[in-house]
Design a protein around this ligand. Structure first.
Ligand SMILES: Nc1ncnc2c1ncn2[C@@H]1O[C@H](COP(=O)(O)OP(=O)(O)OP(=O)(O)O)[C@@H](O)[C@H]1O
Length: 589
């Protein structure tokens, strides 16, 4: 027997996987630690040692390999491992044995939280899975115990060390990772404090150590910003709080909640917030992006496995982000909607609580496949009103106070995702223009922006705000008015001209946009020339955008805000347009 427990592949990512089983020989340790480990239920590595002790004749095990860090190894180059589930969930041990029940050579791989044990003969078609054993990662209470018991005698916790919060953040960590975390935090503290007899570990030490230990946390990426108390989300938050109260007070409960609304209104954020602020033993996030390379069958399998695993924990939360996109990935839809139906109907085990929060931007689709019926409660997440927009502006962007309400009036109603992108683009361009320092050209740049709920649909009307001599204006451009290779949506102009009539103003409806962008052909158009009552509101943006022709530079922004093309050309006012904006001509580089 050759066993190499505790190999951290993170530090040897170039080692071909099939060379790993030969690393190390540690039979004695396996034999002595195994029985105790099983008795205490102390984690998968020790379980494997125990397993090795029972079948010592021909077994090679390398446990605790963190496959997460060698994701660049193409799966095809890991023939002995077989197909790996990229984000294998929970601690799972699949033991594959040959039909005659004799243990074959075994390779153990640990992928994030999963341990997969494969027989060498895994590629024989005749091989069947002999046994699947599930082992749970430590729950929230156990995580706290592990952290506390890993404190060394010469070490103490500072009073700011909020371990309650830390145990929420360490969801998905194994026992050994938690011990590693505590040891590292104490090491960091001792480096800071030098020769002190008693070392005091602060929460910052733990947070620093956590960076090294923590598995990728999808919740964090769903909640990029600190929460803003938005008036439009207050009612939803209140309802969610009530539901959570019920949830915590009821001994055995399963709640399915659906958050629906236009794209980009903050549904995933609200769902992630539930996971980040409550103490679940396990939070599992299911997103369409994780299924990109999987076959239909594998998608269904993955969902069922995640579900069963979550159900095995006393307190579990499953977040299904953009559920309609997951369903639409599989043909026919009924295959996967049946899987979801079955999962959503599952009853929790005794003394278990299970919560599901799904998000969707297409409620009609869910209704058409009758999936929506399995959610006890459905909450609509609305777009931001003027009040919400003003709050986001004031908390996230440094826009002068006197400009905040006019900008908010211009943009509302808007999905928060769109709002953030528009303002990011605007402020970025404004920064760039300011740093140029020449203040010469009339239109220095044009950015394109695609609203998230309906591609290419002009939604914001036209707006601008003015800082000193510099104006930032937003123009909508309808998709059918946009030629090939051209910007297909709203654009932002940064100009060193002052907006002529108002520092900041714009129409919010298309009728107003019409006034702003179609009827005027001159940069210095007077509102009254347009013949529209609302023109006064629109003229600010028009001053920079409604010229017959202007030169421009263009930066295309993809969905994630990453530039993907740049070019120059001319900006041509199309007088035949019915609704907002101008038409851009020119080739992208
Ligand atoms: N209350 C809030 N406080 C701070 N930021 C927020 C809030 N609500 C949403 N956001 C931010 O707004 C952006 C969009 O939110 P989110 O991705 O949750 O929207 P969504 O409705 O799930 O989008 P999609 O429909 O595209 O999946 C995110 O960057 C999110 O962090």
């Amino acid at each position: 027997m050759a066993i190499s427990p505790n190999i951290r592949l993170r530090s040897c990512t170039h080692t071909p996987i099939d060379e790993v089983p030969r690393v190390g020989r540690n039979q004695d340790q396996a034999l002595t630690t195994a029985p105790k480990a099983i008795a205490n239920g102390e984690g998968a590595t020790l379980f494997l040692n125990h397993y090795a002790a029972r079948a010592p004749d021909r077994m090679a095990i390398s446990s605790n390999i963190r496959l997460r860090s060698c994701t660049h190894t193409p799966i095809d180059e890991v023939p002995r491992v077989g197909r790996l589930v990229p984000e294998a969930k929970g601690v799972k041990i699949h033991i594959l044995e040959e039909e005659d029940n004799r243990t074959a050579e075994i390779t153990v791989l640990r992928s994030d939280c999963a341990i997969l044990v494969f027989a060498r003969s895994v590629f024989r078609p005749s091989l069947v899975i002999f046994k699947t054993i599930q082992m749970s990662l430590p729950g929230i209470q156990r995580r706290l115990e592990i952290l506390l018991s890993s404190m060394m005698p010469n070490s103490e916790l500072s009073c700011d060390a909020d371990l309650d919060r830390l145990v929420i953040e360490t969801s998905g960590c194994s026992e050994s990772e938690l011990k590693h975390l505590a040891t590292n935090a104490q090491y960091i503290a001792s480096c800071r404090e030098g020769s002190n007899k008693i070392v005091t570990s602060t929460i910052d030490d733990f947070q620093m150590a956590l960076e090294d230990v923590k598995p990728f946390d999808p919740l964090k990426s769903m909640r990029k910003f600190e929460p803003i108390d938005l008036p439009e989300q207050r009612e939803i938050n209140r309802t969610l709080r009530l539901l959570l109260n019920d949830f915590w007070c009821t001994p055995c409960i399963s709640i399915n909640i659906l958050l629906e609304g236009t794209r980009g209104t903050g549904k995933s954020f609200l769902a992630a917030n539930i996971g980040l602020t409550n103490k679940f033993d396990l939070v599992r996030v299911i997103t369409p992006d994780a299924f990109i390379r999987l076959s239909d069958l594998e998608i269904c399998d993955e969902i069922t496995t995640s579900w069963k695993e979550a159900q095995s924990y006393a307190l579990s939360l499953i977040i299904i982000d953009d559920i309609e996109r997951i369903v639409q990935n599989v043909q026919p839809y009924s295959t996967i909607s049946n899987v979801f139906n079955d999962c959503l109907k599952m009853k929790p085990m005794k003394n278990h609580k299970h919560m599901v929060v799904a998000t969707t931007s297409d409620l009609t689709f869910l209704q058409s496949i009758k999936l929506q019926e399995h959610f006890q409660i459905s909450l609509n997440v609305p777009k931001l009103t003027i009040e919400g927009v003003a709050k986001v502006i004031s908390q996230m962007f440094s826009i002068p106070f006197e400009h905040q309400i006019p900008v908010a009036t211009t943009l509302a109603p808007v999905a928060i995702k769109d709002l953030i992108r528009i303002l990011e683009l605007a402020t970025r361009k404004q920064d760039e223009t300011s740093s140029d320092g020449n203040g010469s050209s009339s239109i220095t740049d044009i950015d394109t922006y695609q609203p998230s709920d309906s591609p290419g649909k002009a939604e914001y009307g036209q707006s601008s705000f003015n800082q000193g001599k510099q104006a930032i204006c937003f123009d909508p451009i309808e998709p059918d008015q946009v030629g090939a290779g051209q910007a297909n949506s709203g654009s932002i102009h940064i100009s060193d001209q002052e907006c002529p009539t108002q520092a900041m103003s714009a129409p919010t409806t298309s009728a107003q946009a019409e006034c702003a962008s179609t009827n005027c052909t001159q940069a210095d158009c007077d509102p009254t020339d347009c013949g529209q009552a609302d023109c006064g509101q629109a003229s600010a943006g028009r001053a920079v955008s409604n010229c017959h022709e202007q030169s421009y530079q263009e930066t295309r922004i993809d969905e994630d805000g990453v530039n993907f093309a740049e070019g120059t050309g001319s900006f041509l006012q199309n007088e035949d347009m019915n609704e907002g904006g101008g038409n851009m001509v020119g080739q992208l580089a």
